[in-house]
Design a protein around this ligand. Structure first.
Ligand code: SF4
Length: 324
């Protein structure tokens, strides 16, 4: 059956999740680790050609992700699995069967055209930002929304993403000891990825407090008013444009462009006439937002972090030249 290639189908997960760990092959275990690492590096996963290995490595990968307990990873991994599924689903002959298996009510109208109940459409499309998904741009037939095969696949992708994310959000206390080393390896990979992502956005040498806030925003978490203020004033202070700052917030689940624009313009001084600086390190500490590292020594405001780090790097280069 072709649907074996979709490892997230409940009946497959149920069938294979009962396999005792002692019966798993080294290859299956390794595939699970590679699956998570690939999701971090490339934002997709590769399906092994053997369907059993695909399902087993998927189940193990879910356990690994859940045990790491990192919101950024949860989101990145679930999106990677969902994107990979979409690649197959958009050309899937049995797309109705996949939809049924994951509990989405889709019907075929004519060859290549489908319908979905309006309430289901609204639920699944709410996180898709493209204009053409807005209800005013859709065709409705008797309370159902008309869709192409590719659009059905896109909605199923959303369903798969949200269900996987929910599952990897479950707390896993005790993971098998053989997975522990791999968890450390994956955590390192994750840190590298986060650093490079944020470095690209701002240009490097970012204090840990700001990395933490961006990480939370990028993973879709709602951040506090103090965090929003701190990151906005920091980015403006680092010379980022209004549009760049707004785009950072666009991954927040409750993103409201008008409101965000107003707040960013206010902090930048364009509305208020006063450009705000980020809170001092002392204040950040009292807010519980300071995550000091060795680069923070001697600085009073997060905006000094970069300059101090550059100075230290220069001095240490000179020193090593002198020493030969
Ligand atoms: S010391 Fe200052 S710059 Fe460093 S993490 Fe704390 S608040 Fe941020």
């Amino acid at each position: 059956m072709t649907l074996f290639k979709y490892p997230f189908l409940p009946k497959l997960v149920e069938k294979y999740s009962g396999i005792p760990i002692s019966e798993l092959s080294a290859r299956e275990i390794n595939l699970a680790k590679e699956r998570v690492i690939e999701s971090i590096r490339r934002g997709v996963v590769s399906y092994p050609s053997d369907y059993e290995e695909n399902v087993v490595s998927y189940i193990l990968a879910m356990i690994i992700v859940a045990s790491i307990g990192d919101q950024y990873l949860r989101r990145r991994y679930s999106l990677a699995e969902a994107k990979t599924a979409y690649r197959y689903l958009k050309d899937e002959e049995d797309i109705l069967e996949v939809a049924r298996e994951i509990g989405v009510d889709v019907k075929e109208r004519n060859r290549g055209s489908f319908t979905i109940p309006l309430w289901e459409y609204l639920k699944l499309s709410k996180t898709i930002r493209d204009e053409r998904w807005k209800l005013v741009n859709r065709t409705l037939i008797n309370g159902n929304v008309l869709l192409s095969r590719r659009e059905v696949a896109r909605l199923l992708m959303e369903k798969i993403r949200s269900e996987i994310e929910e599952k990897v959000s479950i707390k896993v206390e005790n993971i098998p000891s053989f997975l522990e080393n791999w968890v450390s390896e994956i955590k390192l990979e994750l840190e590298k990825r986060k650093k490079s992502e944020f470095k690209g956005r701002i240009g490097g040498r970012i204090p840990p407090c700001m990395i933490r806030i961006m990480e939370r925003i990028k993973s879709g978490e709602n951040v506090s008013h103090q965090e929003r203020f701190a990151i906005t004033s920091y980015l403006i202070g680092r010379g980022k444009s209004i549009e760049e700052v707004i785009s950072l917030f666009s991954s927040s689940p409750d993103f409201d462009e008008k409101k965000t624009r107003y707040q960013v313009l206010h902090i930048s001084g364009e509305i208020s006439g006063k450009r705000y600086s980020p809170p001092s390190c002392d204040k950040m500490r009292t807010f519980g937002l300071c995550y000091m590292d060795e680069g923070c020594k001697g600085i009073r405001n997060p905006l000094q972090y970069r300059g101090v780090k550059i100075d230290r790097e220069r001095r240490s280069k000179k020193q090593s030249k002198r020493e030969g």
